[in-house]
Design a protein around this ligand. Structure first.
Ligand code: NDP
Length: 387
């Protein structure tokens, strides 16, 4: 059943898909544990430590479970290519300098996921003692979905914040060309009963992963996401639009879109401050100086903050207050065109629960990439597929 952008797989509306599968025949549902195993094997075969490979695989498969296929296993190829060309260090030696509630982490040019898990663990440990902990990371690479790390703080009953800069793909407001990253921000908040609140968003109108996945699915890019080098909207065939972005003939717009009328200055302003904290202050690269995974040492910067609620108020009082807040939002008068008023993180949670039971729908073109990589690495493909 399809209701206003949401897909309900059962009439009691308990099985929910946040992502609309344009042509369900083009997907194969795969068990999340099997997918984790498969992706871990791929990274181990490339020389990564098994514990690091497990973390990377878990971040990617969690993204797919949550219905964020732009940042799921469709990203395996990019990371594999980065390792193969030597742009990514497969066995980084992470260095940490700790001072009070802060930690400064050097990722030694490894993939961002294992370094980020360590950096968030440090922020959480600091928040136990100081009420707040903050870790900044330099010399890292892409870390996947920001929300994964913010949720690590929620596991401890803390509020978690994570952010990162990324390769420049976005135009700064009122300018042409690629200058800012799609720099996402995630904030995760514990609640007395799941799901936790999780707001996790790019500061661009869409992350480039969405354009990539549209290209793999043969979909069209709508007007308003991308402009060309003269500042005109670029829409249509996603592969062509992606090619134009990659060749610096186009750029993604910041959140709020073109110019100032709908708040493009707010999107680019948010991206700028994330870049200052994760890039400038950490000692990493910023803006156009951030590298791409498959080209060179990217020097991506991340920031992780943990807030210990007990330093501000009793946990039960917080839970009472946050529950009332959620209830007030849920009781708002619904817009006639909307299906439902949602809390951030709710749709992802429902999608995850559904996909844990039914398997994750992976597009055949993404599966073909995984099979190709496995063959190149002389790995057995852990399931039989007729694609
Ligand atoms: P979305 O636009 O899909 O979602 C943004 C947030 O809004 C989510 O928390 C979502 O929660 C929430 N949301 C969606 N609809 C509603 C609603 N109706 N009411 C209330 N809340 C809602 O995210 P993006 O496409 O911008 O980003 C996708 C992912 O890409 C993120 O995980 C981000 O971290 C990652 N990313 C990573 C980058 C990197 O360099 N590492 C760069 C850019 C992005 P829910 O889905 O649960 O509703």
């Amino acid at each position: 059943m399809f209701i206003n952008g949401c897909v309900f797989l059962t009439s009691d509306l308990t099985m929910f898909e946040k992502e609309v599968l344009v042509d369900p025949k083009e997907y194969v549902r795969i068990d999340h544990k099997l997918l984790r195993f498969w992706v871990t094997e791929i990274f181990v075969s490339l020389g990564l430590r098994s514990e690091d490979a497990e973390v990377i695989s878990d971040v990617l498969v969690t993204a797919d479970l949550m219905g964020i296929s732009s940042h799921g296993v469709q990203r395996v190829k990019r990371y594999v290519d980065g390792i193969k060309v030597g742009a990514v260090n497969p066995k980084p030696e992470i260095k940490v300098v700790e001072r009070g509630a802060t930690a400064l982490v050097d990722g030694d040019n490894g993939l961002g996921h294992p370094t980020s898990v360590k950096a968030m663990a440090l922020a959480i440990a600091k928040a136990e003692s100081y009420g707040i902990g903050i870790s900044l990371v330099r010399r890292s690479h892409h870390f996947g979905i920001a929300g994964y790390y913010a949720l690590k703080a929620v596991d401890k009953g803390f509020i978690g914040v994570s952010m990162t800069n990324s390769e420049a793909l976005v135009s700064y407001v009122n300018s042409l060309g690629r200058f800012l990253g799609t720099n996402p921000l995630a904030v995760a908040v514990p609640t007395p009963t799941p799901p936790p609140i999780l707001f996790d968003a790019a500061t661009s109108i869409v992350p480039v992963g969405k354009v990539e996945i549209y290209a793999k699915l043969g979909r069209e890019i709508p007007e308003g996401w991308v402009i060309d080098s003269e500042g005109n909207y670029l829409k249509g065939n996603a592969s062509e639009v992606l090619k134009a972005i990659k060749n610096h003939r186009a750029s993604i717009l910041p959140l709020g879109g073109l110019g100032e009328e709908f708040g493009g200055h707010k999107g680019s302003g948010l991206s700028l401050v994330i870049d200052i904290i994760s890039g400038i202050l950490s000692g990493a690269a910023w803006g156009p100086h951030v590298g791409y995974t498959t080209v060179k040492e990217a020097n991506v910067g991340h920031a992780f903050i943990a807030l210990n609620i007990e330093f501000f108020m009793d946990k039960n009082t917080f839970y009472e207050r946050i529950s009332k807040y959620i209830k007030e939002i849920k009781e708002l008068k619904k817009h006639p065109k909307a299906y439902k008023v949602w809390i951030p993180g709710e749709k992802s949670w429902l999608t995850m629960e559904t996909r844990k039971k039914l398997g994750i729908p992976i597009h055949k073109n993404v599966l073909k990439e995984l099979i190709e990589i496995s063959k190149e690495q002389h790995l057995e493909i852990p399931l039989s597929l007729d694609l």
